[in-house]
Design a protein around this ligand. Structure first.
Ligand code: PLP
Length: 220
């Protein structure tokens, strides 16, 4: 099942520039290994401890992406290995990622997480907040964090018009930041949006990273 689901999604991505992040949270190492054998190489987890526990059990060429909220005091647990932190929502967090990545002589990639959903509970930056970070001296001094794009979680709704509006908003933030701050930087190119229920729509709106869990592993 896992293999067939991954293959079906990979076929939907063929001919696009988008890549699949297999969201493995709550699932056992055995199921992650099955996903790996089916060709998955980017795994997304939302909890630091769970990711740190699974990481040594999987082959070294897995790209680990943190997709859940990250407290600054926990960055140290994933700094030795995490590839991309998709949930960057403050300058304070960027500075701590810089500090921890420098200790390990690494560059950690990051996405700025935006708030696009209706629900009050969903976290993330507004465009002015992101611009304040990107315009700061402190941001420009970072050497061990490389921002590669933007990420957001859309509202949990079957309303396609609303989802389209939200995906377009994120794509618009990306385009604006790209033009203003990253025009010369080819690495800034990711728009992480779309989950099991809405990734097809997200792809049509320009997603480059879809984050899919339950459509691969079944309900959690
Ligand atoms: C759990 C999670 C996903 C995947 O959700 P599914 O509906 O299972 O595909 C994607 N993004 C984030 C941030 C998540 O926490």
């Amino acid at each position: 099942m896992i293999q067939e689901n991954i293959q079906r999604i990979q076929q939907q991505l063929a001919g696009t520039a988008a890549r699949l992040v297999v969201v493995t949270k709550t699932h056992s190492v055995e199921r992650l290994q099955e996903a790996y054998e089916a060709g998955a190489r980017i795994f997304g987890e939302n909890r630091v401890q769970e990711m740190a526990a699974k990481h040594p059990e999987l082959p070294a060429d897995v790209e680990w992406h943190l997709i859940g909220h990250l407290q600054t005091n926990k960055v140290k647990y994933i700094a030795p290995f995490v590839h991309t932190i998709q949930s960057i929502d403050s300058l304070k967090l960027l500075l701590e990622i810089e500090r921890q990545a420098a200790r390990h002589n690494r560059v950690i990639e990051g996405l700025l997480q935006f708030h696009i959903a209706d629900e009050e509970t969903k976290t993330g930056l507004t465009l002015p907040e992101a611009e304040e970070i990107l315009g700061s001296e402190e941001f420009r001094a970072l050497r061990h964090v490389r921002l590669t794009g933007v990420m957001a979680v859309a509202t949990f709704t079957p309303d396609e018009d609303q989802l389209r509006r939200e995906f377009r908003a994120l794509r618009g933030y990306f385009d604006k930041l790209k033009a203003l701050y990253f025009a010369e930087d080819e690495a800034f190119r990711e728009v992480s949006m779309g989950m099991s229920s809405d990734y097809a729509l997200a792809l049509r709106e320009g997603s480059t990273l879809i984050r899919v869990g339950s459509a691969i592993f079944g309900a959690r």
